[in-house]
Design a protein around this ligand. Structure first.
Ligand code: AMP
Ligand code: ZN
Length: 111
């Protein structure tokens, strides 16, 4: 928990948010400013500042995040049509919230 972290506050329900998924390790909620019809944020409950701050002990948390992503993609109906999984890393990489999160983005119109 980091006192001034928005996502820690969401994880701890200090800021209301609707979770599409929650277990002991992760929460998933919709991005407030979606870049596509489906845009979820998959957030470990543990406060990890960025990919640059990962340690070996975070390995299970990160690999598990991809299992949650696979399941959420299926639930959102984009598993077959396809989607993007994205970590923004540090300011230059577009990271705005310094609590690690995986973007799941998809659901574009089929052409
Ligand atoms: P990043 O730029 O990778 O740090 O992504 C942060 C994301 O969090 C952005 O896509 C924002 O739209 C999103 N965001 C910011 N505040 C909230 C919030 N209160 N609830 C949901 N998503 C948020
Ligand atoms: Zn945090």
């Amino acid at each position: 928990m980091s006192d001034d972290c928005l996502f820690c506050k969401i994880v701890n329900r200090e800021i209301p948010s609707e979770f599409l998924y929650e277990d002991d390790t992760y929460v998933v909620f919709k991005d407030i400013n979606p870049a596509a019809p489906v845009h979820l944020l998959l957030v470990p409950k543990k406060h990890i500042r960025s990919i640059n701050d990962l340690t070996l002990e975070d390995g299970d948390v990160i690999s598990g995040l991809f299992m949650v992503a696979k399941e959420m993609a299926r639930e959102q109906g984009v598993a077959e049509s396809g989607y993007k999984l994205l970590f923004n890393v540090e300011k230059g990489g577009g990271q705005e919230i310094f609590h690690i999160h995986l973007h799941l983005i998809g659901g574009w119109e089929k052409k």
